[in-house]
Design a protein around this ligand. Structure first.
Ligand SMILES: C[S@@+](CC[C@H](N)C(=O)[O-])C[C@H]1O[C@@H](n2cnc3c(N)ncnc32)[C@H](O)[C@@H]1O
Length: 223
């Protein structure tokens, strides 16, 4: 089905999507579930980007904010082969579905441990003691800055934060697509992108794939 992100021309977006190979097994199953029950999971070209990214960066410790049904965390685990993932989810119902996903995943990737945390990330993050090579932010878009402030001390120097949906249906880059009820989220996202793009201890690039993805490298310094 052709969809429009309002981020790049639809013909480019659909062409790139058409080149992504079909998923198999657990991933195929989760994609079907997400489509049927309208669960927002990472888009297929973002999943493909992350697969390449994980092969290349080889993180051993990952933190995810926004588990949903466990699709992206499974993708990370599958590519990592060994290591640890902490993943935070606010909804109990989602976390229960994700627990079934991670049970299936453990048969494929017994050397990756996944720990689920239930609750608002702003309350869970201060409890975490691990340090991470990669942090994936994919939850309430209006709270990315608050998540970042709590996450940054937990990110290793040389580690990366990936923030999904940062161009939010084209609304962040132009008021032409802005809908009134999203003004607060969009204003906050613009401030967030300005922050991660200009912070002296961070280096950020924004990719116009899916709903927009920001990749932020931690150089060190005080953060
Ligand atoms: C876009 S979905 C995550 C999709 C998942 N990362 C994937 O691609 O498979 C966002 C999830 O974040 C959860 N969420 C929203 N606000 C949150 C918060 N403050 N703390 C933790 N999770 C939150 C939602 O319940 C939802 O399941």
């Amino acid at each position: 089905m052709a969809i429009e992100s309002k981020i790049v021309d639809p013909y480019v977006e659909n062409y790139i999507k058409s080149l992504v190979p079909e998923s198999m097994g657990l991933f195929h199953e989760l994609e079907h579930y997400a489509e049927r029950f309208q669960v927002p999971i990472i888009q297929k070209e973002v999943a493909q980007y992350l697969k390449v990214f994980l092969k290349w960066v080889k993180p051993k410790t990952v933190l995810e904010i926004g588990t949903a049904i466990g699709y992206s965390a499974s993708l990370f685990a599958y590519e990592m082969e060994n290591g640890h993932i902490d993943t935070i989810e606010l909804s109990e119902g989602m976390a229960e579905i994700a627990a079934v996903t991670f049970q299936k995943l453990s048969e494929m990737r017994p050397d990756v441990s996944v720990r689920q945390w239930l609750g608002d990330a702003q309350e869970v993050l201060p409890k975490l003691e691990n340090k991470y090579d990669m942090i994936f932010i994919d939850a309430a878009k209006g709270h990315y800055q608050a998540f970042l402030d709590l996450c940054l001390p937990r990110l290793n120097t040389g580690g990366v934060i990936i923030s999904d949906n940062v161009l939010y249906k084209g609304m962040v880059a132009t008021d032409a697509y802005l809908v009134k009820r999203k003004i607060t989220i969009v204003k906050r996202m613009r401030k967030y992108l300005a922050f991660i793009s200009n912070h002296p201890d961070l280096e950020t690039t924004i990719l116009p794939i899916g709903d927009g993805v920001a990749i932020t490298y931690k150089k060190g310094g005080t953060v």
